[in-house]
Design a protein around this ligand. Sequence first.
Ligand code: MN
Length: 282
Amino acid sequence: MKFGIHSMVWVGDWSPKSATYAVEKTKEAGFDVIELSAIEPKSFDIELTRKLVEANDLGVTVSLGLDSSTDISSDDPQVVAAGKERLMDALRLTRDTGGTVMCGVIYSALKKFAHPPTELGRQHSIETVREVADAAKEAGVEVALEVCNHYEANLFNTAKTGLEYLVELDRPEVGLHLDSYHMNIEEQDMFSPIVETASAGKLGYIHVGESNRGPLGLGTIDWDAFFAGVTASGYDGIVTFESFSTAVVHPSFSDSLGIWRKTWTDSYAIASGALGFMKNSL
Ligand code: MN
């Protein structure tokens, strides 16, 4: 098992200075992997990023959430096309930074929907994710779809319905990305979804986040059940700590996730604490 950390624990942008800081701190705190946020793939310095992670011997994963203008579950083919382009850019970013996994809400927008998904929108999502999955296979990148709570996605909100989407998707190499924060809102317990997803051969990625997005252990998540599930599942992939605070802000990212308060102030303390918490729990 490898331990990752979301870059937004360190920095809110990806300027050369911020990228250097985030990668070096990830290494210093003892993590194996840095999860990059592909918010603006076109302005991202891929070359510099690859050199930094190689120099620090870190693995890379890339996550993103689509928005209303790139929502591949839209009824509007132009919006779907924009979303496909956005995902292909993020896939190239993943491949070219040496990344092994592309994950997140990459099957629809990450937003509060004002309506349930339409059948046409669901088909648009499935068709587009198929194309991305095929390109990812060729690029040697694994794809994992993040199961997200009902305030931030509407196609599926539980591991079970995520697995149903994957059956329809019919791309065996695509997995689910489970996140304790979202599971805590939607699932009936924190153990079974992990074990059942792994039993289906679909556990592709894991986010470890507290109920309030703050420090691990200072919220209401049943961590004993969650980590027992991870252990019982036999999962051997990347487990990534995800936490957000207004101490580190990316304007569009923080707004889309509703990060309105300082859940912590010291990135290094929160990161090293989280790594210790995950290692002790596993
Ligand atoms: Mn997450």
